[in-house]
Design a protein around this ligand. Structure first.
Ligand SMILES: *Cc1c(COP(=O)(O)O)cnc(C)c1O
Length: 346
């Protein structure tokens, strides 16, 4: 088998989308003030305020681990606890960074098969202990869409924020693929964030067509106090900030943020439709965003790999395929054909 022209092992295999690239080139003219004091950073922040229809505080950092960890650290004292799902990226894929940057705030994991948290799960942790020997629950963090590609509806988020308020908890959203959730729901960005009770959002740019960068949005501006110092101390204050900020202008103002996500989601749906009903192949989770998780016997999984396809199996042991703004539909169809051939070969 030759090398595939395109792989779907992760949505961060993709390059930079043209809108982000063009905005970066526009910002690359002459000199500009550093550390976020430039016009591009102001403009990008205003583009977020327009999209979210609220005067939020906006910060740009290099990656999602920093965005999540620093946002959670801003919401917590070291003796606090952060309620998350057992599959949450903050728990499984950030190398302890949330605990590190918060100086010890403990992640309190609720068992979850699909990565979703429920008000009941929040209540069972937040209501289980109120003695001084247990970390005091302070924040709930949810991933939208989840690590398995499940999308929370606005109603589900409102249910969670109601539970949060009842227990005096803040609500943080890991939106590494936030655009993909908006594309699925067809709703305003505000409807599944501050209007539904989310206090802080980490909006992912990397998996949405940027080279690098995530935005941290504080809808409750008071929570952002000194966040700039936290970013600087953590090595997340870009001195040439315009190049971290400007690509967002291209992404947001052209509508590419949503079009990119719609395309990625459509590729996932396309793959799922083509492999439906094949012997031995099941979807591990409903396809609600840009991920397809398969459940298949190990020989069939190896057969797919032997046909030249790369994929991870870290959730549930089956292949995961992720689609991005640049996913080539004919490659998606080739993947579907290979899965079909492998399945029918028995
Ligand atoms: C990709 C991803 C992140 C960010 O990861 P980095 O590699 O730190 O940029 C955060 N949360 C989820 C759910 C992700 O999939």
């Amino acid at each position: 088998m030759g090398l595939r022209q395109q792989q779907f092992a992760s949505d961060n295999y993709a390059g930079i989308c043209p809108e982000a690239w063009a905005a970066m080139a526009l910002a690359n003219q002459g000199s500009a003030p550093s550390y976020g004091e430039d016009a591009w950073t102001q403009h990008a922040s205003d583009a977020f305020r327009a999209l979210f229809e609220i005067d939020c505080e906006v910060f740009f950092v290099f990656n999602g681990t920093a965005a999540n960890s620093l946002a959670l650290a801003a919401l917590c004292q070291s003796y606090h606890g952060v309620i998350c799902s057992s599959l949450a990226h903050v728990e499984t894929d950030e190398c302890g960074a949330p605990e590190f940057f918060s100086n010890g705030s403990k992640l309190l994991c609720a068992p979850s098969l699909d990565g979703k948290l429920t008000p009941d799960a929040v209540g069972s942790i937040a209501g289980s202990r109120c003695d001084i020997h247990f970390p005091k629950p302070r924040v709930v963090t949810i991933t939208q869409p989840t690590e398995t590609g499940q999308v929370y509806t606005a109603d589900e988020i409102r249910g969670l924020s109601t539970a949060c308020r009842a227990y005096g908890l803040k609500l943080h959203m890991d939106g590494a693929r936030f655009a993909h959730a908006c594309a699925t729901l067809g709703c305003a960005a505000a409807d599944i964030t501050w209007r539904a009770g989310v206090d802080v959002l980490c909006f992912g740019g990397t998996k949405n067509g940027l080279a690098v960068g995530e935005a941290v949005l504080f809808f409750d501006r008071a929570l952002a106090q000194d966040f700039d110092y936290r970013c600087k101390q953590a090595g997340q204050l870009a001195s040439k900030m315009r190049f971290l900020a400007a690509p967002w202008i291209g992404l947001l103002e052209s509508g590419a943020w949503l079009a990119n996500a719609c395309h990625a989601n459509a590729c996932a749906t396309r793959l799922a439709a083509q492999i439906e009903g094949l012997p031995g192949v099941e979807l591990m989770f409903p396809v609600q965003a840009n991920a397809v998780f398969l459940q298949a016997p190990p020989p069939l999984v190896e057969n797919i790999r032997a046909r030249g396809w790369s994929f991870y199996t870290f959730i549930g042991g089956g292949p995961r395929f992720m689609f991005a703004w640049d996913s080539d539909v004919s490659c998606v169809d080739q993947l579907a054909a290979d899965i079909r051939d492998a399945a029918l070969a028995g």
